[in-house]
Design a protein around this ligand. Structure first.
Ligand SMILES: Cc1ncc(COP(=O)(O)O)c(C=O)c1O
Length: 460
């Protein structure tokens, strides 16, 4: 179905965009000769652009966000009702949706206790980093200030979050970075760095311990990991990895911070990615799927034990978390998040994610049998990556421009998929799929059929 868009109106929008909007994550030179893409409307799994063309969205708004799909009137109504009643007050005071959403969220996260609101994934991670630093100052004489992050993980765009960035092309040209962030090796078994190890999962986790011992355990305060690495190539953790990571954190009294900005609220077929692996985190951060992009909201969730460390000395004027995020007080965020969570529950979207995720995985594995260029397929729930290689034996990554040609061909067919891009030099070769949790079997099949056609066209 194409939308009835008036060419004259939309041309003015395109010209205003071309003249004045600085788009995210894209080179602008081409817009001197081609029109920037403008998305005009969305319903369910589908979006329409300014030319009226319909697309099936296989990546939930480009960056795994619109988990409950487009055009949800009930979320819009919940936000509207909240805005006319009470739109904003600084979060030093509470709000009705803020309190109710925090309670509902914590019910899904046994062992966790407190919710700190802000607006973006980067910011949610910065809060956790600041908390770890303040705990170090208040309880460890300032020594346990280092924060470990993992090769290939991404935690955001602000400078401290970038300093914890394991994707060199995101970081390049933005230095100098913040001190005190130290990288540990990735855990992608397909790119095994420990071929002689009996257990790859144990070896990859032990590599973290080696970094801790090298740096000095009394200098390391936190370890920040994605439960399943997203933009670094959809990396599911190997067998035994998380158990060992948890042991290491306990052994050296290192706080474990799980970045669920992508995986949180259903994406992987569980409420949270870490819950697949029995992990007990100290911090969990989340953003994208929390309100599916209907309002800006992120959460830094902590245990009560972490929270207690900020209120143990009321006589000290510096002893509490002295942080504010102005728009963390916007009531639209938790109002949208509450309704988003109701939808996930009432429409059984976690179960749907498991079933549709399994279908997508099967479809992609079937494609792997027919296209030698697919070296590896991995993921969980509706969060899947297909790594493209020019040679299956040597695992030489496919050329980035051909990977992008596959994405472009799917787009031409009216299906939006993603690929790792400008993240990992030489390894931007993984196609990414993250359709909304409402996807049906025919949506999944349409996405994988378009990939089939695109691979045939680009790689033969
Ligand atoms: C795992 C992860 N953490 C953090 C972020 C940063 O979130 P935001 O762009 O909302 O700041 C992202 C963004 O893609 C992400 O993928």
């Amino acid at each position: 179905m194409n939308l009835p868009i008036q060419p004259n109106d939309i041309q003015a929008v395109i010209e205003a965009d071309r003249a004045h909007v600085w788009h995210h994550l894209i080179q602008h030179k081409p817009f001197e000769t081609i029109d920037p893409r403008i998305m005009v409307e969305g319903r369910g799994m589908r979006v329409w652009d300014a030319t009226g063309k319909e697309h099936l969205d296989g990546v939930s708004g480009g960056v795994w966000t619109v988990n409950v799909g487009y055009g949800r009137e009930s979320i819009a109504n919940a936000v509207r009702d909240q805005l006319v009643k009470m739109n904003y007050f600084a979060n030093s005071a509470g709000s009705i949706p803020g309190a109710l959403f925090a309670k509902k969220l914590i019910e899904k996260m046994p062992g966790m206790s407190r919710v700190y609101y802000s607006n973006s994934g980067s910011e949610a991670n910065e809060k956790a980093f600041k908390m770890i630093r303040q705990i170090s100052h208040r309880h460890h004489g300032g020594r346990k200030y280092k924060i470990l992050y993992r090769d290939r993980d991404y935690h955001g765009t602000t400078l401290a979050a970038l300093s914890a960035g394991g994707q060199p092309q995101r970081v390049e040209q933005y230095g100098p970075l913040a001190p005190g962030f130290v990288m540990v090796p990735h855990c992608l078994e397909y790119r095994n760095q420990f071929p002689d190890a009996e257990s790859y999962g144990l070896a990859a986790a032990n590599a973290i311990e080696e970094v801790i011992l090298r740096e000095g355990p009394d200098t390391v305060g936190g370890l920040c990991l994605e439960p399943i690495t997203a933009g670094g190539g959809v990396i599911t953790p190997p067998e035994g990895y998380w158990e060992r990571v948890q042991e290491i954190c306990a052994k050296y009294k290192i706080l474990l911070h799980i970045d669920e900005v992508v995986c949180g609220v259903g994406r992987t077929g569980a409420w949270f990615g870490y819950q697949h692996y029995g992990v007990k985190p100290d911090f969990v951060t989340m953003a994208k799927g929390v309100a599916s992009g209907y309002a800006a909201i992120s959460c830094t969730v902590t245990t009560e034990a972490v929270f207690e460390q900020f209120k143990d000395d009321a006589s000290d004027p510096m002893s509490y978390f002295r942080d504010i995020s102005t728009f963390g007080g916007c009531a639209a965020g938790p109002a949208a998040a509450l309704e988003n969570m109701r939808i996930v529950e009432d429409e059984n979207l976690i179960e749907n994610t498991q079933v549709m995720g399994a279908r997508m995985m099967d479809n992609l594995r079937a494609l792997q049998d027919r296209h030698a260029v697919i070296g590896d397929v991995r993921g969980k729930g509706l969060f899947i990556g297909a790594e493209l290689v020019s040679d299956r034996t040597s695992r030489e990554p496919a050329e980035e421009k051909r990977v992008q040609a596959v994405v472009a061909d799917c787009m031409a067919q009216g299906v939006i998929i993603g690929a790792t891009n400008r993240s990992l030099p030489g390894f931007n070769n993984t196609l990414c799929f993250s359709p909304a949790l409402i996807a049906t079997a025919s949506d999944i099949d349409q996405i994988t059929e378009s990939v089939d056609k695109a691979l045939t066209k680009v790689f033969g």
